[in-house]
Design a protein around this ligand. Structure first.
Ligand code: PHE
Length: 495
């Protein structure tokens, strides 16, 4: 708001008894809304003015009126289009959609005539010069000089060049507390004011109970957290319980060896895995179990020939940033096999961070979140795995799945999971799965008739699809737009 406007209004009011806010707007050359705004802030300071609402009529140009004001009246436009040696009437009618009205007006005003002495007859100018009074009057009206005779106004309204609008305004007069300046209103009642008694003489600003409150500053959930909540909910609905994944650092033993990944496997290369230097090694493993793992790798057993190589404890001791949460699944299955009450069927899940020493690109970072499901029960088959996957993905809103044979050192058979993405209009890989090998389960001490089915997927991929993010750096890392996090909608995966 104009800072002086309030005082200009008050000063004007000092010299007059009453003034209408519309007249003030014209006088000060500002919009009426500005005057009303200033009036509101005067009113906030007490009863300086009395404002009575009144309604008034104002004349305004219609859209057609505006065009006429700019281009001239229809009759003037038609007149201007007639060349000195005349024009065929039908040609003249083509110059504008309003040519017909303009022509009949121009004829009745005596500006044009139809010369029938020639064949075909031609429309010719009757006068050398015309004055476009319509255009002039409209210009005057738009400048607020509305002293036009009533019959002209009536005609313009009939011609839809003018319209009457009702405007609300205020008639101002001096109030009991009238002054020409505004005293600054206090917004705070301080201890000093109370102690000195100053508060008695001060003017306080009234509370505005209609003011919109400032949005409180609060935290926001990252899209990954929102999608994780949804996944967790799906697992819980299916009767799964969550595995404790609070260890990013894992020994190679649990990350690889327990999962029957041979020590020469390329995944165990520094190129693929981050190894930890402090502490570089882990030393505590269940002794007998570790011996059985060593045996199955190097010599075989349980009906398997093993890998037949020289298994080394030092290699198993090397600490890594875990490359998959399947390391946790291995720990949990070992625990399950060795609990005092013996084996019980279980359904486990986890959603947590894993690390891979990968080449970074638009969709890969060196760390991501893995969503993993594990079911252990007597006599599970590949059919159970496929059925469970359909159930799981159906809850995500995905009905169509395809499976592709794959290879994992720890599962046989193994299947990559694909689903059809209608938005992207193609089949995309959404996960990996399989039935855990006996070389993994039997050394743990699980009963021979127990099978374990499992699957894993990344949390980032569905999150990126759900939130329409193409570059993973827009999802996590220093380049993330916090507004995206703040304004991202909640996630409902099946809707
Ligand atoms: N650990 C696998 C991966 O990293 C996922 C998986 C889990 C595969 C369980 C099969 C069974 O991709």
């Amino acid at each position: 708001m104009h800072p002086d406007l309030t005082e200009r209004i008050l000063q004007h009011l000092e010299g007059v008894d009453k003034v209408n806010t519309i007249d003030l707007a014209t006088l000060f050359g500002v919009g009426h809304q500005k005057i009303v705004g200033a009036l509101k802030s005067i009113e906030a300071h007490g009863e300086l003015v009395i404002a009575e609402t009144t309604t008034g009529k104002n004349l305004e140009l219609t859209d057609e009126g505006q065009t006429v004001m700019q281009n001239g009246s229809h009759e003037a436009v038609v007149y201007a289009a007639v060349p000195l040696d005349g024009i065929l009437q039908e040609e003249l009618m083509k110059i504008s959609p309003n040519a017909k009205i303009g022509y009949s007006k121009a004829m009745s005003l005596g500006w044009l005539f139809l010369d029938k002495s020639v064949t075909p007859p031609l429309v010719k100018r009757k006068v050398e010069k015309i004055e476009d009074t319509v255009k002039k009057s409209l210009e005057e009206i738009s400048k607020n000089q509305t002293d036009l005779p009533p019959h002209v106004i009536k005609e313009f309204k009939k011609r839809k060049l003018l319209q009457e609008i009702i405007i609300k305004s205020f008639v101002l007069s001096k109030g009991p507390e009238f002054a020409t300046t505004l005293t600054k209103l206090e917004t705070d009642l301080t201890i000093d004011m109370l102690a000195s008694g100053l508060w008695k003489d001060l003017k306080f600003k009234a509370y505005n109970f209609d003011a919109l409150g400032a949005a409180p500053v609060r935290g926001h959930l990252h899209p990954l957290q929102k999608v994780r909540t949804e996944f967790r909910q799906i697992f819980l609905e299916m009767g799964f319980s969550e595995m404790p994944t609070n260890n990013y650092i894992e020994s190679s033993f649990w990350n690889f060896d327990a999962l029957f990944v041979p020590q020469q496997h390329p995944a165990r290369d520094a190129q693929d895995t981050f190894f930890i230097s402090h502490p570089a090694k882990s030393y505590k493993f269940p002794r007998e179990y570790m011996q059985r793992v060593q045996e199955v790798h190097s010599k075989g057993g349980y009906g398997s020939t093993g890998y037949v190589y020289d298994w080394k404890l030092e290699e198993a001791q090397r600490n890594t940033l875990r490359t998959h949460t399947t390391a946790v699944s291995a720990r949990m299955l070992y625990k399950l096999a060795n609990q005092p009450e013996g084996f019980r069927p279980v359904k486990y899940f986890s959603i947590d961070k894993v690390f891979r020493n990968e080449t970074l690109d638009a969709t890969h970072l060196a760390e991501f979140h893995q969503v993993e499901g594990v079911v252990a029960d007597v006599g599970l088959t590949l059919g159970d795995l496929i059925g469970t996957l359909y159930e799981f993905f159906r809850k995500l809103g995905i009905e169509k799945l395809e499976f592709k044979p794959a290879y994992n050192p720890y599962t046989e058979p193994s299947m990559e999971i694909f689903c059809f993405h209608p938005g992207l209009n193609k089949w995309i890989e959404v996960g990996n799965s399989g039935v855990f090998r006996p070389e993994l389960l039997l050394p743990m001490g699980l009963p021979e008739n127990v099978n374990v089915i499992a699957w894993g997927l990344s949390l980032e991929r569905p999150t990126m699809i759900k939130y329409g993010i193409n570059n993973i750096r827009d999802l996590i890392g220093p380049k993330v737009d916090l507004k995206m996090v703040e304004e991202g909608p909640i996630c409902r995966l099946d809707k």
